[in-house]
Design a protein around this ligand. Structure first.
Ligand code: ADP
Ligand code: RBF
Ligand code: MG
Length: 203
């Protein structure tokens, strides 16, 4: 079997890194994982000033039992936001109230900052004109990029995160990884991202 050539790039702290994750056919077991919840306040470290704002989600073992057992690290996939009509970026896909975007995220303890609680934070690969705290977010986590690392300085951390963003964009642009619901040739079944919430059974 001939090996496919995988494009690479380099960063100062991590050297040679692959730009594509997984086979072109699409994500493999156990992916995708689903996660959802309201966007909450994070550590308030000014990630936004670094150009890498992260929308934090509650880490709740009862809602997402798998979260305690998956390795800490950097993941990528799709984020769906239920933005209110008053938000400047309100522009849902057709037949739904949700808007979909590619994303990169970190799950873990941020060794560079030595957190003592496990966080899940998502950098949405889209430029927003306003914050969206409190908005419901759904995630389809499609794959794993790398382990979380400690860094000598903030510049190295930011360079690796910027590279993660390139990996996510390139990996998700393949038809087997792009969600059908975007309507532009994607083949991956992402219906859950845009489903209306089931009517709550009345008690
Ligand atoms: P916090 O510490 O409260 O998480 P951040 O500096 O990480 O603060 O900023 C996160 C907030 O920025 C998100 O909750 C969201 O409202 C907003 N935001 C704006 N653009 C983005 C984006 N592209 N990805 C994620 N969050 C964004
Ligand atoms: N924090 C770390 O300590 N080590 C990491 O390797 C790391 N990787 C990240 C990758 C991505 C894609 C994102 C969104 C965050 C990552 N973080 C990591 C968390 C980062 O330290 C946090 O978002 C800070 O608030 C950025 O200033
Ligand atoms: Mg954050």
């Amino acid at each position: 079997m001939s090996k496919e050539e995988i494009p690479t790039g380099t960063t100062a702290a991590s050297g040679l890194r692959p730009l594509l994750i997984g086979p072109s056919s699409g994500p493999e077991h156990p992916y995708p994982y689903r996660m959802s919840g309201p966007v909450i306040s994070g550590f308030g470290r000014g990630s936004k000033e670094l150009g890498i704002p992260t929308a934090n989600l509650p880490v709740d073992n009862s809602l997402t039992p798998w979260i305690s057992s998956i390795p800490s690290g950097v993941y990528f996939g799709w984020a769906s936001l239920l933005l209110p009509p008053s938000h400047p970026n309100y522009s849902p896909a057709s037949n739904t109230s949700w808007s979909m975007f590619p994303m990169v995220m970190s799950i873990g303890y941020n060794p560079f900052y030595k957190n003592d609680t496990r966080s899940a934070e998502v950098h949405v690969l889209h430029e927003f004109q306003a914050d969206f705290y409190g908005t419901d977010m759904r995630l389809l986590i499609m794959g794993y990029i790398r382990d979380e690392k400690d860094y000598k300085g903030l510049d190295d951390l930011v360079e690796d995160i910027t590279f993660d963003c390139r990996v996510a964009r390139q990996s998700l642009s393949r038809p087997g990884w792009r969600v059908k619901e975007l309507g532009d040739g994607g083949q991956f079944e992402g219906g859950w991202l845009v489903e209306q919430e089931e009517e709550k059974a009345s008690l």
